[in-house]
Design a protein around this ligand. Structure first.
Ligand code: ACO
Length: 323
């Protein structure tokens, strides 16, 4: 069977770093509160003249360099984002125009913080059905643009960034020993809309709106849904948590990462954590964390990697990959 095998990874974080201490000068919070409740110490913020596509294009360039490919060799660009440059056209079309061959498909995918895992499911199906040979999935966000900077319950938690992963179609045997994406599972439950949403949009208010969240409820659902989707990934492949070399979770909050790891019974040393430096970068958080694990040599060829995410919608899902 055809497998979606990783060919290259790239990441980009805007230069500007905003620390908790700086944030606390403008909003009623403190470094101590933010660190204790979320594990976040700092976040990167896009410059005024940078948009989501700029971040995505830079991450994509770095992934192409890492893969030793030219952008014209990519057959499909998918950008997972909840903060597109414009309502339309898709941010992915800007990436395709900057780097890719004219005429190839490029589209955005919106599943907020679960966007990258949703994107893995989409890319994998395009590759497995033989429709494309080389696909690039980018998670890119400028969440700083949809934060209410006077709302201390949300503005301290998010940041900007982008990560990109290139996949090639390669023949596998159909066993969990294969390289590439072994399985994806994605879910949604729109009954939980009001727990986490943006209070604006083209068809409702004709404004962009700001992130609104019921933090405690999100926390509770996140741990349950993340553990359950991790189990379905393992069960689908006849594997156990002990087989997993690395857990690369969506970086929402260190306490969510810790609680989920405990529920799964995975050694905390096997969890890639970047939320302390990046905060929650929504769809970009998994590829940013993944790239950091690859770049510092922790994640190696042959390793089994479990990715999982949960976000607004609610949406949630998991992917199991062999590197
Ligand atoms: N600084 C100081 N105090 C604050 C801040 C802040 N930034 N934010 C809230 N508080 C106050 C509240 O006003 C409240 O004060 P009160 O008791 O006088 O009313 C007090 O702190 C406690 O607030 P809680 O909301 O009960 O704090 P909690 O322990 O639940 O922590 C948090 C809040 C960090 C948001 C937590 O609920 C959480 O992590 N939720 C998960 C949400 C999340 O990670 N969302 C990311 C997007 S979704 C996703 O990616 C999965």
């Amino acid at each position: 069977m055809l497998r979606s095998v990783i060919k290259g990874v790239g990441a980009y974080l805007p230069e500007r770093v905003l620390t908790n201490k700086e944030l606390a000068k403008n909003v009623d919070t403190s470094d101590e509160w933010i660190v204790a409740r979320s594990g976040i110490h700092q976040r990167h913020i896009a410059a005024d003249d940078q948009s989501t596509s700029d971040l995505a294009i830079e991450a994509a360039r770095r992934a192409l360099k890492n893969a030793g490919l030219d952008g014209t060799e990519v057959d499909l660009f998918v950008v997972a984002t909840a903060t597109p440059d414009e309502t339309f056209p898709a941010t992915a079309a800007r990436v395709q125009s900057a780097l890719g061959k004219p005429g190839i498909p490029a589209f955005d995918l919106q599943a907020v913080c679960s966007g990258f895992v949703y994107g893995l499911a989409v890319i994998d199906n395009f590759i497995k059905t033989g429709q494309v040979k080389c696909a690039m999935l980018i998670g890119a966000e400028t969440f700083s643009r949809i934060l209410d900077w006077d709302d201390r319950t949300t503005c301290v938690l998010f940041g900007d960034g982008a990560g990109a992963v290139i996949f090639n179609a390669l023949q596998g045997e159909g066993s969990p020993k294969d390289q590439g994406i072994l399985s994806t599972h994605i879910h949604s439950d729109g009954r939980y809309h009001d727990m986490l949403y943006v209070d604006g949009g083209p068809a409702s208010t004709q404004t962009t709106g700001y992130v609104r969240m019921k933090g405690k409820e999100v926390f509770r659902h996140a741990v349950v849904n993340l553990a359950s989707t991790a189990h379905e990934a393992l069960n689908a492949n006849g594997l156990t948590i002990d087989d997993v070399d690395w857990l690369v979770p969506h970086q929402a909050n260190k306490r969510i990462l810790d609680s989920t790891a405990t529920k799964l019974g995975i050694d905390p040393k096997k969890v890639i954590v970047t939320v302390d430096k990046h905060a929650n970068t929504s769809a970009a958080s998994i590829p940013l964390a993944f790239e950091s694990g690859i770049a510092d040599g922790r994640i190696k060829t042959g390793d089994l990697v479990l990715m999982e995410a949960m976000g607004g919608g609610f949406t949630w899902g998991s992917a199991l990959l062999r590197i």
